[in-house]
Design a protein around this ligand. Sequence first.
Ligand code: ADP
Length: 215
Amino acid sequence: MIIELNKRQQHILEIVKDKGPITGEQIAEKLSLTRATLRPDLAILTMAGFLDARPRVGYFYTGKTGAQLLTEKIGKLTVKEYQSIPVVVNESASVYDAICTMFLEDVGTLFVVNRHSHLVGILSRKDLLRASMGKQELETMPVNIIMTRMPNITTCKPTDLLLDVAQMLINKQIDGLPVVHFKEGDNEVQMEVVGRVTKTSITKAFVDIATNKLV
Ligand code: ADP
């Protein structure tokens, strides 16, 4: 949670910085307020990471600035909190079908799967645009001849950090990653597509951070 502290919370922080460890009772006394009145403020300051509370010792200042706490929170965001529903096409689908799916589902990246629903490729807007520039028949051309294929696909897991994904999108200059579960196959590891994480997911996280929606 990123918090704008009110006057009283800032005052409490100053007191604890100066006198900590200090009990809630003592802070209340200094502010001429009751312990009950202070309880919500102390809870917020503790939850946000500015203060730490030790039983029978009291509150003390963690020494972390708002910026440090914000960095910690961002560094903990995971893919599963921001992933969206994946849109897939079968590897035998035509380029024409893929273009229709992209418009109908309103996504910029399609994941290509085989008949076992395992990830075999990926199609971006420009992959489809490039295929459309040739003179070939789009209705008969299967997507698997134009897609980016395994093992060249960058994937991520639901438990991965959103920050690492953002870094990969920048490094590889791509718009999104399939979120996958790994399944042990006969000879090789298979990937089942369970989600999609894109620049839009990262943008959502950015807005959540700026509007205090992170808990
Ligand atoms: P566009 O090509 O529409 O600008 P991208 O930047 O996402 O969209 O894709 C660039 C190229 O990288 C495309 O050829 C696409 O197939 C490929 N690509 C997209 N996402 C991935 C990924 N997660 N792993 C590997 N290649 C990808």
